[in-house]
Design a protein around this ligand. Structure first.
Ligand code: PMP
Length: 316
């Protein structure tokens, strides 16, 4: 899938044409991976003619945590960044699903690897966005030969640009070997997550997901699925370490992520998961999640942040 180029970006304090949002090749973040970023989606609700940003408060809170770990001062409050995102999306005038990428990066043009005494710049851009994993109702995944970065190396719980080299290794090797995605193990051999998705399995009627201490990104979709399963389906969700071989004998397996939404996994390394079809719990949670992100679940409307309600710029 080719990513479209945005028309605008928030850059150096204002919204500018995207072509003006440029940085020098000596920039610290480009040389050393010292940027933190978010991945947020906006979902178009046709009947309300509204674009809803999904859980921006949670996303920007995670961005602030990533920045804190990187000794970065964002120079904005979380609400300011949400307001800027709304303004950017209004300026773009989207009437379709979108992906929003806020990013903070060290902009100094210097030689020297460090985190202290550097200037932070913040940018936000957005693009129209559809599906991430093509085969989202029956993905075939493998176990990556790479290991997930450890909290004592580059914290996996943050979205630090440099850590995404780990993700890129995992994804490319999986795709080149003919798989849709890969599961990745922590150094101690437990399942951590997918390349850019968290993992859930159904075993003996329990919904199980690795804990945040097993080198996972603290996923917002993961958090949403736990809440939907517990509050809307009355299920018990267990957060515990998951062994490699458990996914061969579980009843259902799926991945979650802002880009991947809820993607069913029906095969792992040529072994069939459950009966080989997307299972009933995955199906229910997919539907609930899709309704939740589009603002169709009244009791979860606090997750949906409207873009056009506070009209500064009219939707085109
Ligand atoms: N793990 C990794 C490594 C990711 O990059 C992502 C995508 N942000 C996820 C999990 C899923 O997190 P979220 O649900 O917040 O998008």
């Amino acid at each position: 899938m080719k990513t479209p180029i945005p028309n605008y970006a928030y850059f150096r304090g204002k919204i500018v044409p995207y072509s003006e949002a440029k940085i020098g090749v000596m920039s610290h973040a480009l040389n050393y991976g010292t940027a933190v970023f978010g991945g947020i989606r906006g979902y178009w609700n046709e009947s309300e003619e509204e674009l809803f940003i999904f859980r921006p408060t949670d996303h920007f809170k995670r961005l602030f945590n990533s920045a804190k770990l990187m000794v970065m001062d964002l120079g904005h409050t979380q609400q300011e960044l949400i307001d800027l995102t709304v303004e950017l999306l209004q300026t773009e005038g989207y009437r379709q699903d979108v992906y929003v990428r806020p990013m903070a990066y060290f902009s100094d043009q210097i030689i020297g690897v460090k985190l202290h005494d550097l200037q932070t710049e913040v940018t936000i851009f957005s693009v129209p966005f559809d599906k991430y994993v093509d085969n989202d109702t029956g993905a075939h995944v493998t176990f990556s030969s790479w290991r997930r970065v450890d909290d004592n190396m580059i914290p996996a719980r943050t979205k630090v640009a440099g850590a995404y080299v780990n993700t890129a290794f995992i994804k490319t090797d999986a795709v080149r070997a003919g798989f849709d995605e890969a599961l990745v193990l922590s150094a101690d051999g437990h399942i951590s997550e997918g390349s850019a998705e968290n993992i859930f399995m159904m075993r003996d009627g329990l919904l199980i997901t690795p804990p945040i201490t097993d080198n996972i990104l603290e996923g917002i979709t993961r958090k949403t699925i736990i809440e939907l399963a517990e509050q809307d389906l009355g299920m018990k969700v267990v957060q515990r370490s998951v062994d490699r071989t458990e996914v061969f004998i579980c009843e259902e397996l799926f991945m979650t992520g802002t880009a991947a939404a809820v993607t069913a996994i029906t095969k792992v390394d040529h072994r069939v998961v459950g009966d080989g079809k997307m299972g009933p719990v995955t199906t229910k949670l997919r539907k609930l999640y899709d309704d939740a992100v589009r603002g169709k679940l009244k009791h979860h409307r606090d997750w949906n942040y409207p873009v056009y309600e506070k009209m500064m710029v009219k939707a085109k």
